[in-house]
Write a new protein. Structure first.
Length: 378
């Protein structure tokens, strides 16, 4: 069976790819964005990772679906029909049996093209509050898989199935390793977070005086955070330099190794990050993106913070002093935070990837005549 995957949320897609690869007869293609963000020449994570997995990657010109009107709105909107045409050509040539979408604006053209061509689609929503893209995609999708039961209210009830959020195999199979010195993992996700990076830079000497720090800056070229932090650490004494690892990006295996050692994670609170930390019972300090739709990142963060396994720092109140104080507070009270974080594992399903693949196969079996079969052409 041939599966076409699409969407801007790479982490759950990788988990589903793991599941699909268990059956050697499955074929996979991926339709995604070439660049990380509009106006940034940095390559997207999927354009790098997917080909390295031996999977065909097809770049799309996908316009962002925006709530407010700005100078990028018209050019971005104009790319939507272009993306639909591109996706139609790719799907017609590749002939997948089903499309699995992981939301975001980049998935929209592929799902519309699949609907026109009669190819069934299942889309996955990671957040508690249905995102704008997935609420539009839901009109064309046959099935909507959601991570949280609370998400059912945002989609047609007859299409919804609760699967949980797919978590990568490397993450689920982690064996925690004890380290003598606390290790802090700081990340802003694939694209990084400039505000987190600049606050960390201000207190880096103090952090390295007490902890080891692994820092993923993101690959954005607008602020040059990676380069600035490299300069910063090179000015420090050698003993502190040896306690700091910085990279633009870590692959799945590297993240799994980091999680196995991390005492604490400082990050944004995207649904995938929160799900992985909850599954592993790792305490966190979250800095939610304030402009996320419906304040979804704060709602995600509350999955851990409600039980006492995480702290939430609002971006508008974030400062180097507050960040340093929060990190020290968690480490000073580590047994309490660790115990609370472990209770969050009950909210996480380890079978989400399997359930999504099963639902996708059901859609194929329910299609009476494939749009690409001989009988459809006669």
């Amino acid at each position: 069976m041939k599966f076409a995957l699409t969407g801007g949320h790479l982490t759950p897609a990788l988990a589903v790819i793991d599941e699909l690869k268990k059956d050697p007869s499955n074929e996979i293609i991926f339709l995604g964005r070439l660049y990380a963000t509009e106006g940034d020449p940095s390559p997207s994570a999927e354009s790098v990772v997917i080909p390295n997995l031996g999977i065909k990657f097809f770049p799309l010109s996908a316009g962002r679906l925006q709530r407010s009107f700005g100078r990028h709105s018209l050019p971005s909107l104009a790319r939507v029909p272009i993306g639909v045409i591109q996706a139609s050509v790719i799907l017609s040539r590749e002939k997948p049996s089903v499309v699995i979408s992981f939301g975001s604006y980049v998935a929209f053209p592929t799902v519309v093209a699949a609907w026109v061509l009669g190819i069934p689609t299942i889309t996955h929503e990671q957040t508690m509050r249905g995102g704008l893209s997935n609420r539009l995609i839901a009109r064309f999708a046959k099935k909507i898989a959601v991570s949280w039961k609370e998400s059912e209210n945002f989609f047609p009830k007859n299409k919804v199935v609760v699967t949980g959020n797919p978590i990568r195999r490397e993450i689920l199979e982690i064996e925690k390793k004890r380290t003598q010195r606390p290790i802090i993992y700081i990340t802003g996700g694939n694209q990084g977070s400039h505000i987190i990076n600049e606050n960390v830079a201000e207190v880096l000497p103090q952090l390295l005086g007490e902890f080891e720090v692994i820092h993923q800056t993101g690959s954005g070229e607008v602020y040059q955070d990676f380069e600035e932090l490299k300069k910063k650490v090179e000015s420090l004494p050698k003993r502190l330099q040896n306690r700091y690892i910085v990279s633009k990006w870590f692959n799945s295996s590297e993240v799994a190794e980091i999680f196995s050692r991390a005492w604490l994670v400082v990050s944004r609170s995207g649904a995938n990050t929160v799900s992985e930390l909850a599954a592993l019972g790792i305490p966190a300090i979250f800095v939610p993106i304030p402009w996320a739709s419906g304040d979804e990142q704060r709602k995600n963060a509350e999955v851990l913070s409600r039980g006492g396994g995480a702290l939430i720092l609002s971006e508008d109140k974030l400062s180097p002093r507050r960040l340093l104080a929060a990190i020290k507070h968690v480490i000073d009270n580590y047994p309490t935070f660790k115990k609370a974080a472990k209770t969050a594992t009950k909210f996480i399903s380890s079978d989400a990837s399997k359930l999504i693949v099963e639902e996708a196969k059901k859609l194929v079996n329910n299609v009476e005549v494939s749009p690409f079969s001989d009988s459809a052409e006669n």
